[in-house]
Design a protein around this ligand. Structure first.
Ligand code: RP5
Length: 155
C-alpha cells in the first residue's frame, strides 16, 4: 500500500520533505501533491474520494494556519489521516496545531507535533506494518538502531 502526502502549499515542502525522505528510507511508495482546502476545494474532494481505489493506506496532511485539509479529507474517507501542523510566523504553529487536533467526535485525525513530519511518516509505517511483515522487520531494525545510537552516545 502507498502513503499519500498532501500539503496546503509549496511553502510546506521544507517540513513535509522529512516525511517524504523517511518513507523513502523504508521503501514505501509515496503519492505527493499540493492540495489546499481553501484554494483547491474541488481537487481536495476528488483526491479524498478516490484515494482508496489508488491503493492509498494512510494519508499524511500538512498545513499551516487555518489548517483544514486534514480534517476535511478525513471526513471524506475512512483511510487513516495523520495531520502535521506547520509552524507559522504569526503564532508559531499553535494555530495550525489547534486547527488540526481539535476534531469533533466521529472523525479522527491523528495529529503529530508542530513540524512533526518525520513522526507522521513513522506512524504511517507502523500502520502499514500491521499488514506487511517486510515493513515490520524494517521497523524493528530501525528501533534497534535508534536504541543502540543512544546507548553508544558519549558526552
Ligand atoms: C496554508 O497556508 C499552507 O498549508 C501554508 O502552511 C500556509 C501558507 O501558505 P502560502 O501562503 O505560503 O502558500 O494553506
Amino acid at each position: 500500500m502507498k502513503v499519500a502526502i498532501i500539503m496546503g502549499s509549496t511553502s510546506d515542502l521544507d517540513v513535509m520533505s522529512q516525511a517524504i525522505d523517511t518513507l523513502a528510507d523504508f521503501g514505501v511508495e509515496v503519492e505527493k501533491r499540493v492540495i489546499s482546502a481553501h484554494r483547491t476545494p474541488d481537487l481536495m474532494c476528488e483526491f479524498a474520494k478516490t484515494a482508496k481505489e489508488r491503493g492509498i493506506g494512510v494519508i499524511i496532511a500538512g498545513a499551516g494556519g487555518a489548517a483544514h485539509v486534514a480534517g476535511v479529507v478525513a471526513g471524506m474517507t475512512t483511510i487513516p489521516v495523520i495531520g502535521v501542523p506547520i509552524r507559522t510566523q504569526m503564532m508559531g504553529g499553535l494555530d495550525s496545531l489547534l486547527s488540526i487536533v481539535q476534531m469533533p467526535s466521529g472523525i479522527p485525525v491523528a495529529t503529530v507535533a508542530i513540524n512533526g513530519a518525520r513522526n507522521a511518516a513513522l506512524l504511517a509505517v507502523q500502520i502499514l506494518a500491521l499488514s506487511c511483515p517486510e515493513l515490520s522487520v524494517k521497523l524493528d531494525a530501525f528501533r534497534k538502531a535508534q536504541t543502540q545510537k543512544v546507548l553508544d552516545a558519549t558526552i
